[in-house]
Design a protein around this ligand. Structure first.
Ligand SMILES: Cc1cc2nc3c(=O)[nH]c(=O)nc-3n(C[C@H](O)[C@H](O)[C@H](O)COP(=O)(O)OP(=O)(O)OC[C@H]3O[C@@H](n4cnc5c(N)ncnc54)[C@H](O)[C@@H]3O)c2cc1C
Length: 389
């Protein structure tokens, strides 16, 4: 494989970095921290003005035709800067899926508002009993004349509180194999019977539980064929896998820890950085970050070569999030009792960033596919071990 980024990816990375320097303000960073919302409307609209919501779409579908390398650079730069991008990545995914499997009605009603950065979509896949095994979805959609009635509960629906539509996975046929009886809707979130309840996660990010109590929805909002939800899911995953970010949290963690180790003083006047044990932890974190970066680059390379990096994405996600978790534990330990001081508390090392990383790291091993699921994938597909179930 070729580890050197293409000139187009390098150029785009520089463009994204310049965009963030211009538009991502310290006030926005503070707001993200305070609200836990991984979205900022001002930044989102500026992003949309660049035409980047259709960045992944081919020009024949009205997009910018940017490849996996460029998309990876985009999300990596957002992560390096600590800028929120959940709203952007889901909008990009939604527009791409609608372009491929949506109807003219969806393209007319939804796409222009999303492309302009004026409306968001959220992902209504997970349920209390269907997360890793998303095909176990039990939220029922039943035919009712020309339309449908939806009843059930969704869990962890991030940005539901500010989204106009949910890409909602439902069960339309309980009598066939579970992957075969699913149907997607682009469900307007203002329909009667929808209730959103806030959930605050360990890492401080806000997500939601969404209750659907006999929600009446017209057939025009259906996405894909009846019972053809798994085909739609495949299209969505093809856009998502391996290139949607989440691999670089350890880089900011290391920067914050190094800066603390250089600038603070122990009671005897020495810098933590002069302590070989501290240097050893920083060095190990740097090595892990490098390996995570290379594994991510491999997944991107596979995607750029036209394949789905299912296995390579699992390896990269598992390694990046597990080593980020380990590093955040080491670095928090290294701070002693001060490591528990949160952002805004006087004397908090690195203004509480290390403490927050410690809480956030565990969450990254769950969202987007848990470590156990990634390990199963690697065990089965790379090592040829028997299926877990
Ligand atoms: C911050 C955050 C934001 C999220 N945002 C969204 C969102 O916007 N939309 C959305 O639809 N979902 C979202 N999710 C849900 C996320 O995709 C799920 O949490 C994840 O897929 C795990 O599902 P679960 O939480 O139901 O855990 P479960 O699947 O119930 O798993 C529980 C435990 O059992 C283990 N386990 C499960 N199956 C196996 C197996 N076969 N072998 C071995 N171990 C297994 C898991 O690894 C885990 O440790 C979000 C989650 C988080 C934390």
């Amino acid at each position: 494989m070729d580890f050197d980024p293409s000139p187009a990816a390098q150029e785009f990375r520089a463009e994204v970095r310049a965009f963030l320097e211009r538009h991502f303000t310290p006030e926005m960073a503070e707001r993200v921290h305070r609200t836990g919302q991984m979205h900022d409307w001002e930044l989102h609209r500026a992003f949309a003005e660049q035409g980047w919501i259709s960045a992944a779409l081919p020009p024949s579908m009205g997009g910018q035709g940017r490849g996996p390398e460029e998309l990876a650079a985009l999300f990596q730069e957002f992560e390096f800067a600590g800028a929120p991008y959940d709203g952007m990545s889901i909008s990009m995914l939604g527009v791409a899926v609608i372009a491929q499997v949506g109807t003219d009605f969806h393209r007319r009603e939804i796409v222009p508002k999303v492309m302009a950065g004026d409306a968001l979509l959220c992902l209504g896949y997970s349920e209390p009993g269907a997360g890793s095994d998303v095909a176990a979805c039990t939220t029922r959609a039943e035919r009712d004349g020309e339309g449908w009635v939806v009843h059930g509960q969704k869990m962890w629906t991030s940005l539901a509180e500010c989204s106009e539509w949910s890409i909602l996975l439902t069960r339309t046929n309980p009598d066939v194999a579970k992957h075969r009886g699913l149907t997607f809707f682009l469900c307007p979130m203002n329909l009667p019977g929808i209730e959103i309840q806030e959930i605050e996660t360990l890492g401080g990010k806000r997500t939601n539980a969404v209750y659907l109590d006999n929600v009446r929805i017209g057939d025009e909002w259906r996405l894909g064929e009846v019972d053809g939800g798994w085909d739609v899911m495949r299209v969505a995953l093809a856009y998502e896998r391996g290139v949607m970010g989440g691999m670089s949290d350890g880089v900011r963690l290391l920067e914050a820890a190094r800066s603390w180790a250089e600038s603070s003083r122990r009671p005897d006047g020495s810098r933590p950085l002069d302590d070989p044990a501290v240097r050893e932890r920083l060095a190990r974190t740097a090595i892990h970050n490098e390996v995570a970066d290379l594994l991510g680059a491999r997944a991107v390379w596979v995607a750029a070569s036209g394949d789905l990096p299912g296995l390579e994405g699992s390896q990269a996600k598992l390694f990046a999030t597990e080593t980020y978790t380990r590093a955040s534990e080491w670095l928090c330990d290294m701070l002693g009792p001060e490591g528990a001081l949160q952002h805004g508390v006087p004397g908090a090392p690195a203004d509480g960033f290390l403490e927050k990383s410690f809480r956030n790291a565990t969450v990254t091993t769950i969202a987007g596919g848990t470590s156990e699921i990634q390990r199963n994938n690697i065990a089965e597909r790379l090592l040829g071990l028997p299926r877990a179930r």
